[in-house]
Structure formats: C-alpha cells, structure tokens
Ligand binder design. Structure first.
Ligand SMILES: N[C@@H](CCC(=O)N[C@@H](CS)C(=O)NCC(=O)O)C(=O)O
Length: 236
C-alpha cells in the first residue's frame, strides 16, 4: 500500500497543490480516481474518513489520519514533509500563499462554476488576476526572489509557498496559454520560479504523468469551456 491516497478529480486544479507537495518531497501516493472520490464525498458524514463536503481529501495511511480542505491538506503536508520555512512569520506567509492560491482558483472558476464567463465579466476580472500575480511577485521580491534565482520566502530550498506558487500558476498558464504572457509580464520572478520548479525531476514527472492522463484539462466542466471561450481557445 502507498503512504498516501489523494481523492480528487482527474484534473490538475485544486488537487495539484497536494500533488506538488507530495511529488516534490518524494512521497508515495495513489490517486483514488473519480469513482472513489465521488463515493467518499457522497457518504453520510458519519461514515467519511473525515467529515467533508468536497474533495480534495488526503488519507495518510501511515498515521491513520485524513484531512480535507485544500489549505488544511497543505498545512498537514507542510508539517509532515518538512516543507515549512521554520519560523512563525514565514510559516504564516507560506500558509497565506496557499490560501491566496485557493482564492484565485475560486475566482477563476467563479466559485466552482456558479456563473459562466462572458467577455464583459472576464474583462472586469482581468485586473484582479493581474493583481493576484503582483501579490505573489511582491511577496517573492521582498524575500530576494528574482527571475533567475531564489525562493518565494527566502528559504534555502523550495517551501510550501513555492510549491503553492507552482501548483497555482503552472497548470493555469500551461493549460490556458493566453495567460502565460500575463504572468511573465506582471510577475517575471514568479514566472521564473515556476519554470525552475517545472524543470526539477519530481515536478517534471508529475507534469508528464498528469498531461498523459488528463490532457489539456484545467478545471473541467462548463466553466472550463466558458474560460476557454473568453480566452479565444478551442477546447480539445
Ligand atoms: N474549500 C474547499 C473547496 C472544495 C471544492 O470546491 N472542491 C470542488 C473541486 S475543486 C468539488 O469537487 N466540488 C464539488 C461540490 O462542492 O459538490 C477546498 O479548498 O478544498
């Protein structure tokens, strides 16, 4: 049996945060798959591994524990896999980067597809997306990150904050290429960090595996179709 099982859908999106942390740390995990993910989510709460509304859900078999809510999963993995910067101020900023990332995911899917994008709503959102990019950039700049070197919080190696930045911006800008130019323009140091992490063997392998399994999917569903439509992309 693997050490961890991740319950999530066959898309990168919110699941890629946990995957990035697990892959980067060389942890051994299995993907539960769509059927088991839906089954776990639909069980009566009294029968769930941890009471939860929606995936991602992470099971740690070695510690016999389970956690849901993406930022809580990242806090868990940050501690379990030694990915925290190690002082209270930067540990809080690492968690903040995860929470910022989760907010961006909610915003780019209009809260999980409650409404679809159209030209006007996307145009109104673009300055917010630019600002989110600038928030990551300014955070990194304040800790010495440049396009060529450094880490989001000035640690000596990738921390949870760097993995959150990768998990947020890499799938988004690779699966929705019109957004890549925006990240490079608004957040060149962050774009450089994402590219450097992308070239590390664990994250390169994760990218290859997920591309092979899930193709061009980003967030899935109708909301992805409407996102691609406003970005002038044909869904493959
Ligand atoms: N706040 C939760 C959001 C979870 C969530 O919205 N999960 C989505 C996939 S990204 C889902 O499967 N939703 C189905 C539902 O809410 O019924 C988290 O951060 O984990």
């Amino acid at each position: 049996m693997t050490d961890y099982t991740l319950h999530y859908w066959p898309i990168p999106f919110r699941g890629h945060f946990a995957r990035a942390a697990l892959a980067h740390a060389g942890a051994d995990w299995a993907e539960a798959g769509t059927e088991a993910t839906a089954e776990a989510m639909d069980k009566p709460v009294s029968e769930q591994a941890v009471p939860h509304m929606a995936p991602p859900l992470l099971i740690d078999h070695r510690r016999d524990s389970a956690v849901a809510q993406m930022p809580a999963i990242m806090a868990y993995l940050g501690a379990a896999l030694d990915l925290m910067p190690g002082d209270p101020a930067r540990d809080a900023l690492a968690l903040k980067a995860v929470l910022d990332g989760n907010d961006v995911l909610d915003e780019i899917t209009r809260d999980g597809g409650r409404q679809m994008w159209d030209a006007a709503s996307w145009e109104a959102f673009e300055p917010r997306l630019s600002r989110w990019m600038a928030i990551f950039e300014e955070t990194g700049n304040r800790h010495g990150l440049t396009a060529k070197a450094g880490w989001m919080l000035g640690t000596g190696a990738a921390s949870l904050a760097d993995l959150a930045a990768w998990a947020l911006w890499s799938p988004m800008t690779r699966k929705l290429p019109p957004l890549r130019g925006m990240l490079e323009r608004e957040a060149p140091a962050t774009a450089g960090l994402v590219a450097r992490l992308e070239d590390t063997p664990p994250l390169a392998r994760l990218r290859e595996r997920s591309d092979a399994a899930w193709g061009e999917s980003y967030c899935g569903g109708q909301i992805e179709r409407s996102l691609r439509a406003v970005l002038g992309q044909v869904q493959r």
